[in-house]
Write a protein that binds this ligand. Structure first.
Ligand SMILES: [Zn+2]
Length: 319
């Protein structure tokens, strides 16, 4: 069995990843209320610009498609191939037929409104939100298009002034990949794709995470690719179904996660051979050492996720 849990933090400067459409000529960021524990022991609400799990999931699907195509894999339906994730316009009468025909319906789930056949997504994302200990900041920037007449006079008719909000902050994220179910029907688990399909889909879905968390997400990418640096990452792979990691939002998530892994061992949810932890960043390294969790230190998220992909591949083949 293969279950993966990811949690971490990324510095994100000047993003406009999720917006709420325009009111007049003003485009606001998507905001939501989040709860913070304060230094006086109280808890209070803060309104913060957030990055939706829906959008992260969309970009993960796109990056997975790109990686699969680059590996010469073609079991991707005509809509996903065009990055239109209808989930799903196909009209088969068995969940397994959808899985056979499209790696994205397999990994990202679907509900066919025509046939009522559904599949739960095996790749899941939380919202990315500004962390508990550092509130974000946001402001609007004015953009303008200036034109001139043939005589060189400013042409006010073609000027287009609009304002758009941008935010900067330290963002926490988390993700789940239940790759035990890749290529396997949920409604009838005896129906399973050949191992070569399962391996390539698992690999693409894990490595696509590195593309997403390094900044391939968000609206307005032509002019505002999020300025991202992933500074902390915990990537846990397990042969047993395990609890989720604590989201990178929480100020004490590193210690919480280290202690959770110790608790999982002590309560025999997992034994030493059942899991591996890969970490990025000095803070995770220091805290995991202090708590006594055996973790493999990686130089960046690309190395960590590729190592996870290698372990997942080995475990899928051995099943
Ligand atoms: Zn598809």
């Amino acid at each position: 069995m293969v279950f993966i849990r990811i949690s971490g933090r990324a510095l994100i400067n000047i993003h406009t990843a999720n917006a709420e459409g325009a009111i007049g000529n003003y485009i606001s960021l998507s905001k939501m209320y989040i709860l913070r524990r304060l230094s006086d022991g109280k808890i209070d609400y803060f309104e913060e610009p957030v990055i939706s799990g829906n959008m992260i999931k969309h970009w993960h699907a796109i990056e997975t498609i790109n990686l699969l195509l680059s590996m010469g894999y073609d079991k991707i339906c005509e809509y996903c191939r065009r990055y239109i994730m209808y989930r799903s316009p196909l009209s088969f009468t068995d969940e397994f037929d959808y899985i056979k025909n499209c790696a994205i319906e397999d990994l990202h789930g679907f509900l066919s409104t025509e046939t009522n056949i559904k599949r739960e997504s095996i790749v899941k994302f939380s919202f990315m939100i500004p962390v508990e200990d550092v509130p974000s900041k946001y402001a609007a920037i004015t953009h303008n298009r200036v034109g001139a007449t043939k005589e060189g006079k400013i042409d006010e008719d073609i000027m287009m002034v609009y304002k758009r909000e941008y935010a900067s902050g330290l963002y926490g994220f988390s993700s789940i990949l239940d790759l035990e179910y890749v290529g396997k029907s949920q409604s009838d688990p005896t129906k399973v794709l050949p191992i070569k399909d399962r391996r390539i889909r698992a690999k693409a879905s894990i490595t696509a995470l590195a593309n997403v968390f390094s900044g391939t997400f968000g609206a307005c990418r032509a002019r505002a690719i999020p300025v991202v640096k992933t500074i902390e990452l915990i990537a846990l792979i397990s042969k047993k179904p395990i609890p989720n990691l604590v989201h990178g939002y929480y100020m004490d998530y590193l210690r919480d996660n280290a202690l959770r892994i110790i608790s999982m061992e002590e309560t025999e949810i997992v034994s030493n051979d059942d899991y591996k932890v890969f970490i990025v960043g000095e803070n995770p390294s220091d805290i995991f050492k202090e708590v006594g969790v055996k973790a493999i230190f990686c130089r960046d998220l690309v190395e960590a996720l590729n190592k996870i992909a290698e372990v997942a591949d080995t475990w899928l083949v051995k099943q």
